[in-house]
Ligand binder design. Structure first.
Ligand code: PHE
Length: 524
């Protein structure tokens, strides 16, 4: 019996066939359009899309395929929104800042100021990269060679750098040892058989690299002494010595800022990817598909419901311009809605007022030598500290090149607020003064920097929407419904906040909703 015969001969439902693994599910990347709908239902219908970030552009791209006539209004002179790559010549003037910055990074050097990594399970993002021909490369997120630095602590391991592999493997070793010892205690026999316990001990021996007596006495997983790696002849290599458990516990590494959960968090598990040449390859590719449809330097100032649709006013060259459409897809970050004259519903307005956006910032530091590679053997990945710089990201491109740009801080909440409030020059000074504690090479190798605080970058209002259970319950529902003929899209309208996949999936949802609606009209 063939698979097809089997399927034809049973009365099994589609769902059970799926569950039995008999059918490939429709890929999550295809639009879910009504089966009885017609593609041409959208033909010629005018849609005004607010914002040329990923959500807005993907919406216009997909609606365009269905024949809709989309116009995208974008306040900035570029597309991409919070997907923004900083390279030589990039300019920005933050709110409240007078001079502005122009990056003087050398040709070929850059950092992703916003979105910077793509988890392997964000299939919709990867689908667009595939469809738009954006080549990808690996993004190294977890690097055991990165450093931890606890500043201001009192223990022996504070105020010095140590490798993540040293901390990580010691803690695994000691906790495995303690668990193995606990398994010798009476009382476990109720849940576990003798064989179960043997297997668990085997697991712990491997997990913690315990010796035959089930003790942790160090491991080569934490590395070798600098000049004593295995080599030819009489060079078996000499492992580094483990730190003491109490030293580790008392030196401050249990603070949340150091949690070494990067490799456990679903979104940060290997494999992560990034576009070759900068994240803006994605918005640039989308922009190409929308030639003539995006109006740049068009700041939306008014959004109104009309009898048959919507009316939008935007400011262009200091003058108001009015446009109308049947539908509007508003992808503006919520804080931007506050500046709009609108007749949006009260619940939407309250969402704009009360859904918090995270404060977050980054600085790119150009160095004349990739000392982190040459001296420290760090190729991509992240170092962590409780200082205001919080994280140092090493570039996952251009390995072994001459110069390099690393991300000298990536911080959040109060750290980002404090740093964002500094002048551009002070931020640079701070990043160097704190970073030198981890990398003494900083002062001799530094060349120039470019920093940004997302909560101060015009038209962004912050890094991303941050819901808790209460705000999710109170405000979110109004954003996933149409308000008249106005639809909302963007990461803030999803459970994938802070990710490009959120922007894309919101675009799909909106396109599906609009197309289902016009399908209903044309049926009548
Ligand atoms: N997506 C963002 C980033 O990669 C923010 C984020 C960080 C989201 C960590 C979840 C976990 O930095």
């Amino acid at each position: 019996m063939t698979r097809r015969d089997f399927i034809n001969s049973t009365s099994a439902s589609y769902a059970s066939l799926l569950a039995w693994g008999m059918l490939q599910p429709a890929p999550a990347t295809t639009l879910n359009l009504p089966a009885n709908g017609r593609r041409e239902d959208g033909k010629g219908r005018k849609v005004l899309v607010l914002g040329a970030g990923l959500a807005g552009m993907a919406t216009a791209y997909e609606l365009g395929k269905l024949g809709y006539d989309c116009t995208v209004l974008e306040a900035r002179s570029r597309s991409g929104g919070r997907v923004w790559t900083i390279r030589g010549g990039t300019k920005e003037t933050e709110i409240g800042e007078s001079n502005g910055q122009t990056s003087s990074f050398e040709e070929g050097l850059y950092f992703n100021g916003g979105a910077a990594r793509i988890p392997h399970h964000h299939q919709l993002t990867l689908h667009y990269c595939r469809e738009l021909g954006v080549p990808l490369q690996m993004f190294n997120g977890n690097n055991e060679a990165g450093y931890l630095y606890n500043d201001g602590g009192t223990g022996d391991l504070a105020n010095r750098r140590l490798r993540i592999k040293e901390y990580h493997n010691d803690m695994r070793g000691y906790t495995a040892e303690l668990l193995a010892k606990a398994l010798d205690q009476p009382g476990l026999d109720q849940q576990l058989t003798k064989e179960d316990i043997e297997k668990l001990v085997d697991f712990l021996k491997n997990e913690g690299d315990l010796n035959t007596a089930h003790l942790y006495k160090g491991t080569n997983r934490r590395g070798y002494k600098t000049k004593d790696h295995p080599g030819a002849g009489h060079k078996p290599g000499n492992m580094t010595d483990p730190f003491g458990l109490t030293d580790l516990l008392r030196s401050g590494f249990m603070q949340p800022v150091f949690y070494n959960v990067g490799d456990y968090i679903y979104e940060q598990q290997t494999t992560l990817l990034q576009p070759v040449g900068g994240m803006d390859a994605i918005p640039k590719a989308l922009e190409k598909k929308l030639t003539g449809k995006i109006i740049f330097n068009a700041t939306v100032s008014e959004l109104r419901k009309t009898e048959n649709g919507v009316r939008v006013v935007y400011q262009k060259d200091g003058k108001p311009v009015e446009v109308t459409g049947e539908f509007c897809v508003c992808t503006l970050p919520l804080p931007m809605l506050k500046n709009l004259e609108s007749d949006l519903s009260g619940t939407v307005k309250r969402a704009a007022d009360f859904v918090p956006y995270i404060k977050t910032g980054k600085i790119g530091l150009q160095f004349k030598r990739r000392f982190w590679e040459e001296d420290d053997w760090i190729y991509g990945g992240i170092s962590r500290t409780n200082m205001d710089i919080n994280q140092i990201w090493y570039p996952s491109y251009g390995f072994q090149g001459k110069k390099g740009v690393l991300i000298g801080y990536y911080n959040f909440y109060s750290r980002a607020e404090a740093v964002g409030a500094m002048s551009i020059a002070e931020r640079e000074k701070m990043a160097l003064a704190q970073g030198v504690k981890i990398h003494p090479q900083y002062p001799t190798e530094f060349e120039n920097s470019f920093s940004l605080a997302w909560h101060r970058v015009p038209y962004s209002g912050g890094g991303w929407a941050t819901y808790d259970d209460a705000t999710r319950k109170k405000y979110y529902p109004s954003l996933i419904e149409a308000d008249g003929n106005i639809y909302f899209a963007g990461e803030h309208t999803t459970y994938l906040t802070a990710w490009m996949a959120g922007a894309f999936t919101s675009a799909h949802r909106t396109v599906e909703a609009i197309h289902a609606r016009v399908g209903e009209y044309t049926k009548k």
